[in-house]
Write a protein that binds this ligand. Structure first.
Ligand SMILES: NC(=O)c1ccc[n+]([C@@H]2O[C@H](COP(=O)([O-])OP(=O)(O)OC[C@H]3O[C@@H](n4cnc5c(N)ncnc54)[C@H](OP(=O)(O)O)[C@@H]3O)[C@@H](O)[C@H]2O)c1
Length: 300
């Protein structure tokens, strides 16, 4: 794959920089594009890669085009660059929600002689080493060179220890609603609930041994992340909307069992959670892990 030209649309952003560095290290000729020219130039200089102010020019010369811009804008961008793409070019996005992007890429490969794949790296801009992290992959299709072209890219990721997991848009969006949307929501709500109860966090922390401390640190790590993207992950995913409805029903039910002092009802909810998690690989050692994390937090 060396000496190939890759253009990264959104190359001055968090994930754009991660992949810009990655492809440069692997011998690609990297060009980045974004709207804010000053920032684009600064980032390109800092990373030692090319930049291009014209979207059309940046795409025309590329063998591979990566789109790493906010979720909402991605389908439109895919549509826009279609006429500029080189024959047999490979195009991929890395958005956290797939339904609309998958449809846009399908339209693209049906209209132009290009190759499309949709990726979702299961890591954020803080990543240092991709080894053992997961890359979700949705194959879309393209020209008669499709398999060779996408396998070159996937083999490159595999050679760096990335775990490639193939999926489909429906399964992807449902699972990501549960693995990203739900923990984000619960932790945002956790901090807001404490805030509404009008107790300073430092004071509350004085009243905790273990559970609260770990939960608080986890929530604090989430609330410092990219607000806009976290909002999009929940708002743009129809499957998250369905889960939100399920959640409301569950809370109502839970409240009823608490207010009615219904220990049987409470035990049913509790046992359902317990039975569900028993089959999980981490279950047996979870309590042990919990105390390992605690050692770090207690500074031992
Ligand atoms: N952050 C994560 O943890 C993570 C993990 C996995 C996947 N992703 C996915 O990666 C993508 C990018 O996320 P990020 O966190 O890197 O975002 P980010 O830091 O906000 O970067 C976004 C980049 O896109 C550019 N941009 C924004 N709107 C644009 C538009 N309409 N046209 C052209 N360029 C545009 C921005 O520069 P200008 O504003 O100057 O144009 C910037 O370079 C998202 O789709 C997200 O779902 C993120």
């Amino acid at each position: 794959m060396s000496q190939k030209k890759i253009t990264i649309i959104g190359g001055s952003g968090g994930m754009g920089k991660v992949f810009g560095r990655y492809f440069k290290q692997h011998g690609f000729d990297v060009t980045i594009y974004a709207r804010n020219k000053e920032r684009l130039k600064d980032v390109a200089t800092e990373m030692g890669v090319n930049y291009e102010f014209s979207l059309e020019k940046s795409v025309k010369k590329a063998d591979i085009v990566m789109v790493t811009i906010p979720i909402k804008s991605t389908p439109e961008m895919i549509k826009k660059i279609g006429p500029y793409l080189k024959e047999n070019a490979l195009i991929f996005d890395i958005t956290s929600i797939k339904k609309a992007v998958f449809e846009a890429l399908e339209d693209l490969k049906n209209t132009f002689p290009v190759n499309c794949i949709s990726l979702h790296p299961m890591f954020g801009p803080g990543i240092k080493d991709m080894k053992n992290y997961v890359m979700l992959v949705l194959k879309i299709g393209g020209t008669n060179k499709y398999e060779i072209i996408i396998n070159d890219l996937l083999e490159l990721f595999r050679s760096d220890g990335l775990i490639i997991t193939e999926t489909s848009p429906d399964i992807h969006d449902k699972r990501v609603a549960l693995t990203l949307g739900v923990p984000h929501m619960l932790n945002i709500l956790f901090l807001n609930l404490l805030k509404n109860a009008d107790e300073p966090l430092n004071e509350l922390t004085k009243y905790t041994g273990t559970t609260f401390l770990l939960q608080k640190v986890f929530a604090e790590s989430i609330i410092q992340r990219e607000m806009e993207m976290f909002g999009e992950i929940q708002m743009e995913n129809q499957q998250f909307h369905a889960i939100l409805e399920m959640f409301e029903k569950l809370v109502k039910n839970y409240r009823k069992s608490i207010e009615n002092k219904d220990l049987k009802g409470f035990s049913e909810i509790f046992s359902e959670g317990l039975d569900y998690s028993k089959e999980d690989n981490h279950f047996k050692n979870s309590y042990k892990y919990f105390y390992e994390f605690m050692k770090i937090l207690k500074g031992k």
